[in-house]
Design a protein around this ligand. Structure first.
Ligand SMILES: NC(=O)c1ccc[n+]([C@@H]2O[C@H](COP(=O)([O-])OP(=O)(O)OC[C@H]3O[C@@H](n4cnc5c(N)ncnc54)[C@H](OP(=O)(O)O)[C@@H]3O)[C@@H](O)[C@H]2O)c1
Length: 292
């Protein structure tokens, strides 16, 4: 499976629209241009963000800006169906059928005013997933040039093994942070390495709560992070990002800040090299117990 070059960090767009900042079109365009100027060129979306409105808001900002489109990578996700004013669903559910995926991709292409998606991810593993049907749908979309690269999100090792029998998977977007370090021990990162799948980390700062010292668990993390940040001459959030970068699986963080200076700052974290001891010290603080 061909991979494409993605920026570090990837900009997460979940909070740009109705689920957060409620940016206007000019604010969207300003933020995209600011980030691209700094080399942050990859943007993470999902069809459902903003109750199915954020893709279109972002796309409106791109409209008529062909050179901007060519300089960015659009990642989006499909497969979750959520009740919203634009549909008649009554229950949140998953749908990874050929019909749903194709309709969803066509809709995303219209939303973004583009004829290709750089990366399409299946948002959640469904117990009702037919792996062969899904793989054939992806092959068709890639053959048509509508999707450049295919991946998954929130897949555990066993889900990956079933699908990988039918199609190579380029990315797996999962939750990993010091606040939620489960992936470090679950085996998923090793499976990704074995199968040449690049892991992406969603909520790499734990949704901004990791350095919130009002909670005892977060306070323990803050206490461990502070001296390490001082030693490396960086911010506490840089340490959290550097903790992800140190993992040999080659994790790509998706940062959900809507503030360009925070995303620019996060680029610097890729150059911070934590020692093995620092890495485990942070893990111990996060888990509240020493490793065996
Ligand atoms: N695949 C999935 O199932 C899935 C699920 C959830 C999210 N995602 C993706 O992951 C992205 C990131 O997730 P997230 O936004 O929940 O978590 P995050 O990147 O860990 O946290 C971002 C949040 O932290 C706040 N924050 C506070 N201090 C910050 C600092 N110093 N630097 C940066 N941010 C700081 C930000 O506020 P400000 O904006 O004020 O900076 C923002 O609200 C989403 O945008 C989405 O693309 C994927």
């Amino acid at each position: 499976m061909n991979k494409i070059s993605l920026s570090k960090p990837i900009a997460g767009c979940m909070r740009w629209g109705n689920w957060g900042a409620q940016f206007s079109t000019s604010e969207y365009r300003w933020l995209i241009e600011q980030l691209v100027d700094e080399g942050i060129t990859s943007f993470d979306h999902a069809d459902i963000y903003g109750n199915y409105t954020t893709e279109a808001d972002f796309g409106t900002a791109l409209r008529g800006k062909n050179s901007l489109r060519e300089n960015i990578q659009i990642i989006t996700k499909t497969g979750i169906c959520m009740p919203a004013s634009s549909n008649s669903y009554i229950t949140k559910h998953y749908n990874n059928s050929a019909k749903h995926i194709i309709e969803s991709v066509e809709n995303s292409l219209r939303n973004f005013h583009t004829d290709y998606l750089d990366v399409l991810l299946i948002h959640r593993p469904s117990p009702l997933m037919h792996a062969e049907e899904l793989a054939n749908t992806m092959y068709q979309l890639m053959k048509e040039g509508k999707v450049k690269t295919f991946g998954v999100s929130n897949f555990e090792a066993h889900h990956i093994r079933v699908l990988q029998k039918h199609i190579p998977i380029a990315y797996n977007q999962i939750e990993i942070s010091l606040l939620y370090p489960k992936a470090v021990f679950s085996g998923i990162l090793e499976t990704c390495t074995e199968l040449h799948i690049t892991p992406m980390a969603w909520a790499p700062l734990g949704g901004g709560k990791v350095t919130d010292d009002t909670h005892p668990r977060y306070r323990a993390i803050t206490k461990a992070v502070e001296p390490i940040a001082a030693k490396h001459g960086c911010s506490m959030n840089d340490v959290l990002m550097a903790w992800l970068y140190k993992h040999p699986a080659g994790i790509l963080p998706i940062l959900g800040s809507v503030k360009p200076h925070r995303l620019k700052q996060a680029q610097k974290a890729a150059d911070i090299l934590l020692s093995d001891e620092e890495w485990f010290h942070l893990l111990e603080a996060a888990r509240g117990e020493e490793i065996a």
